[in-house]
Design a protein around this ligand. Structure first.
Ligand code: ADP
Length: 394
């Protein structure tokens, strides 16, 4: 089951996207609807609210008077905390029930305004953010929802800004254009990413990728993208992962690279990575194991064992290298990365090697092999840098 968090600022078009995804076959859980449902008359949460806040927050019909309750909690953080302590558990229980009802092969979309504000991105395989300029959003809220302009602006200002949303977005749907343009984008997203990602998850396989080698210019979003994957892996592995970090060329600012996010998971013992729980947890979260890769090219003659997982997401190639903490094979990618980050000449040397190999028209496999002699040749410099930086303050 693919879990997608759908979010965006108020008036961005999030509900519009949710409706299209529902038409296409997604199971959409609307967080706002759930939040309203759990405080309907007869629900335990409404009784608890009445006990805490009194009859004044109920209308004559016994239903919650939202504006009245809003006035109480708006200025009183303690009251807000009390309200959330009542509603949040009810909301999460109801959400969990709705998720449990969805079939295993469903694409589940959680339409949730606060994914960014509540830092929930790691709960999902993908976060889709619908974005539109604040002025445009305000105008739509005034035009379509009858809000007055000041109220609309105040709501917009109270939410996360676009910078925070961009950092959380695996997919950014720009909705400054027409509804028809948005519709085309959503259908493309469904067909090209969500459906194949879900298929891959169901079968525990990684996304197909071209074998032809291409190098990308340095992309400053690579570390941000990696941070999202790191958070997801930390979340699913919990204490089974001692460390999870971004390694490889995309972790070195300014270096051209294959558009692949390499991550390293450090485990206390490599045997941990062979347990069914570990392998399944990673596979279910979108990182299926690649069988047959069990070691690295050693740089010191000793065996450098590892396990490798790929990515089921057709929109994001990633490799997850699982290595035992404290072994040379674990330390090497960290040292190599830190050396390249610190030494501009080394970075240039590596970049020009990459360009030379690219010009030879190699496949990705051929390219990986062709880089090995250079890695061997810089081994001593990497180790020297690591030793000196270990002794220098800071
Ligand atoms: P949200 O759920 O993010 O608050 P909605 O999907 O309800 O936003 O969209 C806000 C309003 O703007 C709705 O009335 C919707 O019909 C309208 N809308 C959405 N996308 C567009 C668009 N591209 N152009 C014009 N109006 C739009």
């Amino acid at each position: 089951m693919l879990r997608v968090g759908l979010t965006g600022g108020i008036g961005s078009g999030k509900s519009t996207v949710g409706r299209t995804l529902a038409d296409l076959g997604a199971v959409v859980v609307d967080a706002d609807a759930v939040a309203r449902e759990v405080v309907e008359p007869g629900m335990p949460a409404l009784s608890a609210i009445r006990e805490r806040f009194g009859e004044a927050v109920l209308g004559k019909d016994g239903a919650l008077d939202r504006p009245a309750l809003g006035r109480v909690v708006f200025t009183d953080p303690g009251a807000l905390a009390d309200l959330e302590a009542i509603t949040h558990p009810a909301i999460w229980r109801r959400t969990a029930d709705l998720l449990a009802e969805a079939p295993d092969d469903a694409i589940l979309v959680h339409d949730m305004p606060l994914v960014v504000e509540k830092d929930m991105g790691a709960d999902y395989h993908l976060v889709v953010v619908v974005g539109a300029d604040a002025d445009e959003r305000r105008d739509r809220l005034v035009r379509d929802r009858g809000m007055d302009a000041e109220d609309a602006q105040a709501r917009i200002d109270a939410q996360a800004d676009d910078e925070a949303r961009r950092a959380a977005a695996d997919i950014w749907l720009d909705n400054n254009g027409t509804p028809a343009q948005l519709d085309v984008e959503v259908r493309r997203l469904w067909a090209e990413r969500l459906e194949p990602f879900n298929e891959n998850l169901l079968h525990g396989i990684r996304a197909r990728r071209p074998d032809a080698l291409t190098l990308s210019e340095p992309d400053e979003t690579w570390p941000v993208q990696a941070a999202r994957l790191v958070a997801r892996i930390e979340r699913v592995l919990g204490e089974r992962a001692v460390t999870v970090e971004h390694i490889g060329s995309t972790s070195v600012p300014g270096l051209p690279a294959k558009d692949v996010i390499d991550l390293q998971v450090g485990v206390a013992a490599l045997a941990d990575a062979d347990g069914a729980g570990f392998v399944d947890a990673l596979a279910r979260s979108g990182f299926p194991r690649i069988d047959g890769v069990t070691s690295d090219n050693s740089k010191d003659g000793s065996e450098w064992p590892k396990r490798l997982h790929g990515s089921a997401d057709p929109g994001r190639v990633a490799h997850v290298h699982v290595r035992e903490v404290g072994t040379p094979g674990y330390a090497w990618p960290q040292k190599f990365r830190d050396w390249l980050r610190a030494d501009e000449a080394a970075r240039d040397e590596y970049a020009s090697l990459k360009m030379d190999l690219l010009a030879q028209g190699l496949t990705t496999t051929g390219y990986a092999e062709a880089k090995e002699p250079w890695f061997d040749s810089v081994h001593e410099r990497v180790m020297a840098h690591s030793a000196s930086s270990a002794h220098s303050p800071g």
